[in-house]
Ligand binder design. Structure first.
Ligand SMILES: C[S@@+](CC[C@H](N)C(=O)[O-])C[C@H]1O[C@@H](n2cnc3c(N)ncnc32)[C@H](O)[C@@H]1O
Length: 203
C-alpha cells in the first residue's frame, strides 16, 4: 500500500513531530461555527488526530464521530474530550474502509486527505460521499503545499500531499458535488503553507 502507515503516524505522535497540529481548533472551523453556517448536526471528523475539532464540535452540541487509525491519536482525542467533559465517539478505524452505522449530515475534513497518498484519494472521496446523506455537506480545507519536484520531475511528495484545486475538481466532480464559486477563503497555517476552505454539497 502506497504512502504512510499507522506506524508512521504513531511514531510522529510519540516523538511529538506533529507540526500539523495547531494546538486548538482551526480558525476556519470556529468561523463557520460562530457565523451559524454550520449548525449542530451529526458530523464525522476523519483523521481527527489530537481531536481539537472533535472536542470543539462536541462542546457545541454536535453528535461527533472522530475517526483515526492511529492508537496515539485515538488516545489523545479521547483524553481531550474527557478533560473537556464533552461526549464524542472516537473510532479507531481506517477511513478507507470505515462504514458508519448511520449516514452523517456533515463531514469536517482537515488534513486527512493530504495525509493519504494520492493513490488512495479516489477511494477516500468515494467513502466521504457514501458516509453522507443526500444534501449532506463536506466542510473541507484543501491543503496547499506546492512541491517544486512535482512540477519539475513528477515526484509525488508528502505527507502532506499538495491538494491542487484542479485535482480536487476531478476528485469531487460537479456531477456528484455542488461547488461554491471561487475564490475560496485562504486559511493560514502556522507550520504548513495554507488551506483553501470550501463547502461542498453532496448531490
Ligand atoms: C496530518 S494528521 C491531521 C490530524 C488532524 N486532522 C489535525 O488537523 O490536527 C493526519 C491524521 O490522519 C490520520 N490518518 C492518516 N491516514 C489515515 C487512515 N487511512 N485512516 C484513518 N486515519 C488516518 C493519522 O493517524 C493522523 O492522525
Amino acid at each position: 500500500m502506497s504512502g504512510p502507515t499507522p506506524d508512521f503516524w504513531q511514531e510522529r505522535f510519540q516523538t511529538q513531530q506533529t507540526h500539523w497540529d495547531r494546538g486548538g481548533p482551526s480558525p476556519q472551523l470556529l468561523a463557520w461555527l460562530d457565523s451559524g453556517a454550520l449548525p449542530p448536526c451529526r458530523i464525522a471528523v476523519p483523521g481527527c488526530g489530537s481531536g481539537w475539532e472533535v472536542a470543539e464540535l462536541a462542546g457545541r452540541g454536535f453528535e461527533v464521530v472522530g475517526i483515526d487509525y492511529t492508537a496515539a491519536a485515538v488516545e489523545k482525542a479521547r483524553a481531550l474530550c474527557r478533560e473537556r467533559g464533552v461526549a464524542a465517539e472516537i473510532v479507531q478505524a481506517d477511513v478507507l474502509t470505515y462504514r458508519p452505522p448511520r449516514p452523517f449530515d456533515a463531514i469536517y475534513e482537515q488534513t486527512c486527505l493530504c495525509a493519504l497518498h494520492p493513490e488512495h484519494w479516489a477511494r477516500y472521496a468515494g467513502q466521504l460521499r457514501a458516509w453522507l446523506k443526500e444534501d449532506g455537506v463536506l466542510w473541507v480545507l484543501f491543503l496547499q503545499m506546492l512541491r517544486p519536484a512535482a512540477t519539475e520531475e513528477g515526484l509525488i511528495q508528502g505527507p502532506p500531499y499538495h491538494c491542487d484545486i484542479n485535482g480536487m475538481r476531478a476528485l469531487f466532480p460537479e456531477a456528484a458535488w455542488t461547488w461554491p464559486k471561487p475564490p475560496y477563503g485562504k486559511v493560514p497555517h502556522p507550520n504548513l503553507v495554507h488551506e483553501l476552505a470550501a463547502r461542498l454539497v453532496r448531490r
